[in-house]
Design a protein around this ligand. Structure first.
Ligand SMILES: [Zn+2]
Length: 235
């Protein structure tokens, strides 16, 4: 059998194996599994983010508690000072009242912030519980899908191995240099070999330059399409 014929037959078998492989990759069971896996990872990340946020809140609450204690002490000191040595004139009284107001204002600001944080933490807690419920449901579904898909996948891969072996068998009598060229072109072109139709490349449908056509007419069975880079065969 001619090299061109062998090469063409090999490509047909190789393409059949590639087609099956992409069919396996796109199988609905696989896509459903992938979708659920992505969902589970997303939820895990969401929970992780929330835990980090809650940890930050806890840190902030600690800071606020210290600040509140300090202000209460300052207020205590101020009150004691007013009792021990009452202001002697109006200006001094106003000064002390201003200090007390400022401290009370700061205190109420911190207390409000504390309330907001507690509210936020409670919200996150609720969200996290919701996520855990949803997660458990999808995880159970995913585990079952995975078991089923693994059995299917094993079966599919057996079919693919057979197709790959059949293609491999067809390379037996092909010249190694041609085969190497085929593999090299396949890196950027899914069908490396094209037939010549008239003076057109069957791969990209472009007309071949005269030089290439002359080379084929002079008895060369294989040339290269200058446009798409495929091996062009005349059969
Ligand atoms: Zn071409």
């Amino acid at each position: 059998m001619e090299q061109t014929e062998l090469l063409w037959q090999y490509q047909e078998a190789d393409m059949a194996a590639d087609a099956l492989e992409s069919e396996i990759k796109r199988s609905p069971a696989r896509l459903a599994l992938k979708k659920n896996r992505e969902f589970l990872v997303e939820q895990q990340n969401a929970v992780k983010r929330m835990e980090e946020e809650v940890a930050e809140m806890v840190d902030r609450v600690d800071v606020i508690k210290v600040a509140i204690t300090r202000m209460e002490e300052q207020l205590g000191t101020l009150t004691k000072r007013m009792q021990d040595a009452p202001p002697s004139d109006l200006a001094q009284a106003q000064e002390m009242a201003k200090d007390a107001q400022r401290l009370l204002g700061d205190l109420s600001g911190f207390e409000q912030e504390m309330q907001r944080i507690q509210q936020d933490a409670a919200d996150r807690d609720r969200q996290e519980k919701d996520i855990r419920v949803k997660y458990a449901k999808v995880k159970a579904e995913y585990d079952q899908q995975k078991i089923e898909y693994e059995a299917l996948y094993k079966e599919q891969m057996k079919g693919l191995d057979e197709k790959r072996a059949a293609a491999e068998a067809k390379t037996k009598d092909i010249e190694p240099a041609l085969l190497a060229k085929y593999q090299q072109i396949k890196q950027h072109c899914s069908r490396p070999v094209a037939k010549l139709y008239g003076d057109q490349c069957g791969g990209c449908n472009m007309n071949l330059p005269q030089a290439s056509l002359r080379s084929l007419k002079n008895g060369n069975k294989i040339t290269e399409c200058e446009n798409c880079g495929r091996m062009l065969i005349q059969m």
